[in-house]
Design a protein. Structure first.
Length: 206
């Protein structure tokens, strides 16, 4: 089966956040201070629904004073502005697309963060964002959306990312080939160059 499609995780894989302020997390912590019990599903809810900060606070019933909400929105703006692409991401995506390989991003994230991905990687062939799909990795729902966005089959698709569970094990169970990226390791997939080179070698060899 030929390799036609590469799926990348976003943050930690294609991009990095230089100045993280974590405004959604701050809202949830404020809720705890107000007596709300944190739920194990809170993060999943935030990433599988198209909510901005104000909508998230309302959804969870958390009272955020206007002056604090203004500050959180300013922090979010600064955080989004600090997002930078990895050089191996930019170069790897370009090399794959030049070779005719479809490139898709598949990411668990809250709605505002999608704009940074689309700004820094505007030519991707598909975008599967958890808040838009309504499911988070490692659900098969979001993997299905990713491959269907470019009319690919799982068995002709490779995926890579910095979460072993979401970007390696989950895709493998779905029928794709999943690869784990560990930028801090001393061996294995420490950069996307290795992933891209192996994919291109496999694609041209078939």
């Amino acid at each position: 089966m030929p390799v036609t499609t590469a799926i990348f995780d976003a943050f930690g894989t294609l991009l990095r956040i230089k100045n993280g302020t974590h405004p959604y997390r701050q809202i949830l912590r404020l809720g705890i201070a107000q007596g709300r019990f944190a739920m194990a599903t809170d993060a999943e809810v935030l990433m599988s629904s198209p909510m901005d900060l104000r909508e998230a606070a309302d959804f969870f019933g958390i009272l955020v004073k206007p002056i604090l909400m203004d500050q959180l929105e300013a922090d979010l703006h600064d955080e989004l502005a600090s997002i930078q692409p990895y050089a191996d991401g930019i170069e790897g995506v370009a090399a794959l697309q030049a070779a005719g390989i479809n490139v898709v991003v598949c990411s668990n994230l809250a709605k505002p963060y999608a704009s940074a991905i689309e700004r820094l990687y505007p030519t991707l062939d598909g975008y599967s964002f958890s808040f838009a799909v309504g499911a988070i990795k490692p659900s098969s729902v979001i993997y299905t959306h990713a491959v269907q966005s470019v009319r690919a089959l799982p068995q002709e698709t490779w995926m890579v990312g910095d979460s072993k569970r979401c970007d390696c094990d989950g895709p493998t169970e779905f029928g794709m080939r999943g690869f784990y990226l560990d930028r801090d390791a001393s061996s294995g997939y420490t950069t996307l160059y290795t992933f891209v080179n192996e994919l291109l070698h496999t694609a041209t060899a078939l």
